[in-house]
Design a protein around this ligand. Structure first.
Ligand code: NAP
Length: 242
């Protein structure tokens, strides 16, 4: 069976995406930045599904590191085909723009949007040669709607949404689909500081979502049968108006 690469697969939404793709029969390359212990836990979950799981730590924001580590993996594994890429790694660092430090802007943009470019550029070439691929970008409600205190994060995710639509047009003829999934409020480390009891009143489903619910939609987009869905942004947000 072929391979899927999930960036930020050690925890949260990325972990559940790894589990979902493993349950669909994909061997999974699990990327993370520094949390080896959590990444190992994900690998165990993937292994339990009866497929291979391999850890591939690199910082998606570091172009040279991505080229060195991912480039080398591809070089050393010429027989293995990565046909699904999920650009999930992302961070937030919320502050009003008037107080935002340069590095808060740079780090958030470089991780989500820069990470998308750094990783996708390497993998899209082999997908074009194979004439098959599934690229799924994990974006956010914030990138569709814009949220106060998140000009950096909204810009990063909005940029990924635009890039999703553009790339879908570039590669559609080669049976490569490019889509985005836009979660609302999902229970992970990233939202641990947000008061669910207060926020849920704004959400028609009256609760935060689970990483599994996001992974389910990613799994759908990764299927062969989703071949005619491309350039789309699918919200997974419990009905929050965007
Ligand atoms: P999370 O629990 O904070 O996990 C973040 C993951 O990204 C971890 O695996 C982390 O690796 C990895 N990561 C962070 N920076 C990285 C880098 N520079 N290079 C490689 N990996 C990196 O986050 P989450 O809530 O699951 O979010 C996953 C994605 O969904 C993000 O793109 C986020 O913006 C998006 N999202 C989340 C929500 C939500 O409500 N949770 C809503 C909308 C969108 P380490 O473990 O090694 O640190």
């Amino acid at each position: 069976m072929n391979w899927a690469l999930v960036t930020g697969g050690s925890r949260g939404i990325g972990r559940e995406i790894c589990a979902k793709l493993a349950s669909m029969g994909y061997n999974v390359l699990i990327n993370y930045k520094g949390n080896k212990e959590k990444a190992e836990e994900t690998r165990q979950i993937v292994k339990n599904a009866g497929v291979y799981g391999e850890l591939i730590p690199f910082d998606v924001a570091d172009r040279q590191q991505v080229q060195d580590v991912l480039g080398k993996w591809i070089e050393n594994n010429g027989d293995k085909i990565i046909e699904v890429l999920v650009n999930n790694a992302g961070i937030k660092d919320d502050v009003l723009l008037m107080w935002m430090k340069d590095e808060q802007w740079d780090n958030v943009l470089n991780t989500s949007l820069g990470g998308f470019f750094n990783v996708t550029k390497i993998l899209v070439n082999s997908m074009l040669r194979q004439r098959y691929g599934r690229i799924i970008n994990v974006v956010s409600l914030s990138g569709l709607k814009g949220l106060a205190g998140q000009t950096n994060y909204s810009a990063a995710k909005g940029g990924m949404i635009a890039a999703t639509k553009a790339l879908a047009q570039e590669v559609g003829k080669r049976n490569i689909t490019v889509n985005a999934v836009a979660p609302g409020f999902i229970k992970t480390d990233m939202t641990a500081g947000i008061n669910e009891a207060e926020m849920k009143q704004l959400i028609p489903a009256n609760r935060f979502g689970t990483p599994e619910e996001v992974a389910h939609v990613v799994g759908f987009l990764a299927t062969k049968e989703a071949a005619y869905v491309t350039g789309q942004v699918i919200s997974v947000n419990g009905g929050l108006y965007t």
